[in-house]
Each structure stands twice: as structure tokens, then as C-alpha cells.
Design a protein around this ligand. Structure first.
Ligand SMILES: [Zn+2]
Ligand SMILES: [Zn+2]
Length: 321
């Protein structure tokens, strides 16, 4: 079977075994998206080896639960031990011994098949296309911001970044009717943000100056760059909130005294609930197709990674079946 694997080097493997795990349904992958986290893994983030990919839509082809058999599904990517305090309270995202699809000790979605526990699979309603469904996992991560901090119509929000995740955050937050400023480096991507959030202010990061500092109630750092946190610390108002969304390799240096003096709330934010994203897509029908820059086959996966690395690209989708 074909799979895009990483073992210190990214490769297309032709003879990967079917990833069976005892008691888990087998899912035929229909389509999968390349995420910035995948690009970071290739640079060494998370020290992962195996089949990459965690944003997918698939069809259940083997399952002990007849209700799941043959159904189109998305998947919660964190798989907990089921026994620790986090797992028992229903949040396997923080299980210390978790495996994570395509990220930690579990083969991922850039393959013809994948294995996930039954409880991780969420049915995708017919009103959501395969292409839209690939965005369920990253959109859930974007919507998770609203679980962690309150955003109201009067809230001044700055989103740092104009890439794939930042665009989904724009889509997620536009429904709050908050006062949104998107800060990016690419005119084309900023224009795309404007299409999804017509009332948003757009700002090139090079234009940032003292008049923008200390103004924002909530700053979402989604630039994927080490400099993003430093910028966020300047933009947040005293007692404001900074939500960190990017995962990038390496250490970040910043002036921690700004956090103390301005009594800032720093919130780390990772995965969200897939059902929230499914409800959101069904209800608001956001234009997710705009975010797709390339559609390729699994065989063309290495090309897909090269294209995804390009700063002008947005979501690269691998159509697997
Ligand atoms: Zn991702
Ligand atoms: Zn656990």
C-alpha cells in the first residue's frame, strides 16, 4: 500500500502494511490535507517517524459497530489510554501516554487506510463534501479558541498570520462579529481573509507601529514564526489575552517581563472538538474551497509537500480514493 512516511527523510513508500490495531475500525482514506504541523514534523518537530497526516475524511470499511460500517467519517486525532484522570474526565487530548494520528506513535492519514478507535470517529453529514470535511480537524482547532476565551462583538481581536490556520481562525471568529484585525505578510492571503471577513482591518506586519500596540483585548498568534509571540506581547492591552496556536520547531525568545507588567493571560491552544466544526460548517457554510491551492493524488504527495512549503500556497489536498 502507498503511504507518505517520514523517518528522518520524507518518502513515498509503496509497500506499507495495512495499519491494523486490535479492536479498532479500519478507515479507507478518501482525502487528506497537508498541515503546517506536517511541515514542522519534517523539520524535526515531535520526533515522529511513520506515516504522516492527521486531517482527513474517510470511509469505515471494517468495524465492530455496525452503525459505523460504510459511513463517512472524520477523526479526533488524540487517542488516550482510557484509564488516566484526563481520559476518565473525557479529555484524551491531554493523556500523557496518548498516541496522535500522524504525529505521535500512530500512523497517519497520508495512506490508503488508517486505524483509529471507534470513539474517535465522527460521522460526516452528507451536506459536507469530502473537500470541506478535510477542514473539520483544523477548523475544530480554530474554533477551540472560543472554548478558551470569550470573544464578543465589542472585543478587539488581532490575528497574527495569514496562512492556512490563520484563515480558519478568521472564518471561526467572524461569526462572533468581533472587531478583527488580520496581520500578515502576503497581500494575496490578506485579501483572502477579507473575503471571509469583509469588515476586518488588514495590516501588513511591516506596517505595525506604536499606534497598534497595547490596543487589542485578544491577540491570536497563528503565524507559525518565532517572532509572532513577541509581536503579540506588544499588541495586547494590559490584562489582555494572547492565544498561541502555532507549533514550530525550536525555542522562542521573548521579554517575559511584558507578561508580568501588563498582567497578560497567555493561553496555549491546540485541538478542538470535531462536532463543533461539523455543526459550524453545516450551519454557516463557510467558503473553504477558497483555502485550497492544490489537489493532488497520494502518489504526488512529495510534490504536495514541496508545494505546501511554498509561502504563497494554502491548503494542499491529497485525494487518496
Ligand atoms: Zn493540522
Ligand atoms: Zn489517558
Amino acid at each position: 500500500l502507498n503511504a507518505i512516511q517520514f523517518d528522518g527523510e520524507l518518502k513515498l513508500v509503496r509497500d506499507a502494511p495495512i495499519p491494523r490495531r486490535t479492536g479498532e475500525p479500519l478507515v479507507q482514506v478518501l482525502a487528506a490535507g497537508i498541515c503546517s504541523t506536517d511541515l514542522e514534523i519534517v523539520k524535526g518537530y515531535a520526533g515522529f517517524k511513520g506515516t504522516l497526516g492527521h486531517e482527513f475524511v474517510g470511509r469505515v470499511i471494517e468495524s465492530n459497530d455496525p452503525a459505523l460500517f460504510g459511513k463517512r467519517v472524520a477523526g479526533e486525532i488524540n487517542c488516550g489510554c482510557g484509564a488516566c484522570g484526563h481520559c476518565r474526565s473525557g479529555d484524551q487530548r491531554h493523556c500523557p501516554t496518548r498516541t496522535v494520528l500522524g504525529i505521535k506513535n500512530r500512523d497517519g492519514a497520508f495512506a490508503e487506510y488508517l486505524s483509529l478507535p471507534e470513539t474517535n470517529l465522527v460521522r460526516v453529514p452528507d451536506v459536507i463534501s469530502d473537500e470541506e470535511a478535510v477542514f473539520i480537524e483544523p477548523l475544530a482547532a480554530a474554533l477551540h479558541i472560543l472554548d478558551q476565551t470569550e470573544v464578543e462583538p465589542s472585543t478587539q481581536v488581532a490575528i497574527i498570520g495569514d496562512g492556512k490556520l490563520a484563515q480558519l481562525i478568521v472564518i471561526a471568529l467572524v461569526q462572533t462579529r468581533c472587531r478583527m484585525t488580520v496581520i500578515g505578510k502576503h497581500d494575496e492571503k490578506l485579501r483572502l481573509a477579507k473575503r471571509n471577513a469583509p469588515d476586518a482591518c488588514l495590516l501588513r506586519s511591516a506596517q505595525l507601529c506604536a499606534e497598534h500596540y497595547g490596543r487589542f483585548d485578544c491577540v491570536v498568534e497563528a503565524s507559525g514564526s518565532a517572532a509572532g509571540l513577541e509581536t503579540a506581547l506588544k499588541l495586547a492591552r494590559p490584562a489582555g489575552t494572547i492565544v498561541l496556536k502555532s507549533t514550530h520547531v525550536g525555542e522562542t525568545s521573548f521579554d517575559a517581563s511584558a507578561i508580568v507588567v501588563n498582567e497578560l493571560n497567555i493561553v496555549g491552544s491546540r485541538c478542538g472538538r470535531l462536532s463543533n466544526a461539523i455543526d459550524f460548517i453545516s450551519r454557516f457554510k463557510p467558503n473553504l474551497r477558497n483555502l485550497i491551492s492544490e489537489r493532488l493524488s497520494l502518489d504526488q504527495g512529495l510534490t504536495g509537500f514541496a508545494l505546501a512549503e511554498n509561502s504563497s500556497s494554502m491548503k494542499v489536498i491529497l485525494q487518496v480514493a
